[in-house]
Design a protein around this ligand. Structure first.
Ligand code: SAH
Length: 213
């Protein structure tokens, strides 16, 4: 039986060895327990560096990928962040430790309801979660300093680009579903958008409309 301290050390070691080196990101990931975000059969694997199935046929991302995406987003404490693809809520909880305010949306009401319950239980009060098609962004809350998309789009969605502040950063997996996608970082300048290709990733697709559950 591994002790909790040992498990935590192994978890952080896996993150570091896969390139998560930003001290603030590592600190946030140390604070947010992944356990409650993984339910049922897979709960005992919550501390392994692998993606796992969650409700509604979706997945909670691999912790090292969460870390690398969060690191690429360069979140600062005053930022207002939009996450598209709440899923389990794990990524949003990490962002909540790094930013002033986090808005997160998922097309499945069930996932949003379950994630909200975990945020409440963990006393995280700076996340607002909505059931919505996030490919349209959140016009009422825009513009955002940072946008993180955790589902793969064929192209960075236009409404999200438009809702990014000048100087803002968006991280988004881009590519066809079921193939290897590229993680892209988009930086908005006062004259346009700069694109950086970061690494290959694999995410579930960004779909239109609301889910059935
Ligand atoms: N960030 C999550 C993992 C996301 S899995 C976590 O930390 O657990 C991708 C999620 O994107 C799924 O829950 C899926 O329902 C959601 N999704 C896909 N298309 C969407 C859309 N258009 N709007 C909002 N959410 C979407």
């Amino acid at each position: 039986m591994t002790s909790e301290a040992e498990r935590k050390m192994q978890f952080l070691f896996a993150l570091r060895s896969r390139g998560v080196t930003d001290a603030r990101v590592l600190d946030a990931m140390e604070k947010v327990d992944r356990g409650p975000f993984v339910k049922g059969l897979f709960a005992e694997r919550a501390y392994e560096d692998m993606p796992l199935p969650i409700a509604c046929g979706q997945t909670i991302s691999q912790p090292s990928v969460v870390g690398l995406m969060t690191q690429a987003l360069k979140v600062s404490p005053r930022d207002k962040v939009l996450e598209v693809g709440t899923g389990s809520g794990y990524q949003a909880a990490i962002l909540a430790h790094l930013a002033r305010r986090v808005y997160t949306v998922d097309r499945y009401k069930r996932l949003v309801t379950e994630a909200r319950a975990i945020f409440d239980a963990q006393d995280i009060t700076n996340i607002t979660a909505f059931t919505a098609d996030g490919s349209h962004g959140l016009p009422d809350q825009a513009p955002f300093d940072r946008i993180l998309v955790t589902a793969a789009a064929e192209d960075p969605p236009g409404p999200l680009l438009a809702q990014l502040k000048i100087g803002g950063i968006m991280v988004v997996p881009v590519g066809q579903s079921d193939t290897v996608q590229s993680l892209i970082r988009v930086t908005r300048s006062d004259t346009g958008y700069d694109y950086d290709e970061l690494r290959p990733v694999r995410f579930v697709p960004l779909l239109e409309g609301l889910g059935k559950e």
